[in-house]
Design a protein around this ligand. Sequence first.
Ligand code: AMP
Ligand code: ZN
Ligand code: FE
Ligand code: FE
Length: 296
Amino acid sequence: MPIDLHTHSDVSDGTTPPAQVVKDAQAAGLDVVALTDHDTTAGWDEAEAAALEVGIGLVRGIEVSCTHGGRGVHLLVYLPDPTFPPLVEALQLVLDGRDQRTPRIVERLQQLGIDLDLADVERESASAAAVGRPHIADALVRRGVVRDRDEAFDRYLSPGRPAYVTRYAAPLEDMLATVSSAGGVSVIAHPWGRYGSSALGEEALADLQRHGLAGIEADHQDHGPDDRAALHAIGRDMGLVVTGSSDYHGAGKVGHDLGCNTTDPGQLERLLALAAESARRAGRRTPGVVGWPRWT
Ligand code: AMP
Ligand code: ZN
Ligand code: FE
Ligand code: FE
């Protein structure tokens, strides 16, 4: 039963609409897919309709941009009440930070002599509730400045490159508490992806678990075989849910095909049990898994 718990649509920096992601997931042979666009639930309704149409399980989620110890951490949030005001407000702060950063990056690129303006980026991000560097990368591709998103990040947009600009991200421990109050569950995305095992070792994860963390994403393309094995072992020892997923971005990220990594059904069962408990404790009405009545 293939399960993929981390994908993006063009509501953030994926390249296909939410309904298409869900249909492609079904066509790829997945039984359950999670839509986890960056910092927004804007794609949920469209994805739900598509999941009911094609008959696939859909877990509604968000990949929230957080910060912890001065470093960026992506938090996968599953099945929270999307109307819970503190969650809505926290996501809005992140979205505002994205909107404030975009013109500053464009300005930097202009100072480097590149012929690009905000309208170019807006054209690439027309469907997006969460505008990000990948949309600026797409505008650079369209202008013929770079070949693809990778080259745009390597030359201009990554930290340390000349057009890099930071933005606001939500304090991780606050977000864990907000998610619990919203009746959802939290899983750290690609925990060792950007900084290796140093930033989020066992001790740091144990502390986050005390703040409500439910799981870690071990099987991800950013992790080599040794890191995956180590994260599985940590998850087992600590009683954290261990997931695997593609981090699919449509054509926007090569090597992240739907279902390239998957989550064990028993781990999803545990995650959903924790979500049900979280919802009960919070007293919130939370979304169930579309198309899987026994789990709703
Ligand atoms: P932002 O959300 O604006 O901070 O941009 C970061 C996002 O860009 C990440 O979540 C990835 O989805 C994407 N990204 C980062 N590096 C690359 C890359 N080299 N090629 C394509 N996409 C990337
Ligand atoms: Zn992304
Ligand atoms: Fe991520
Ligand atoms: Fe992602």
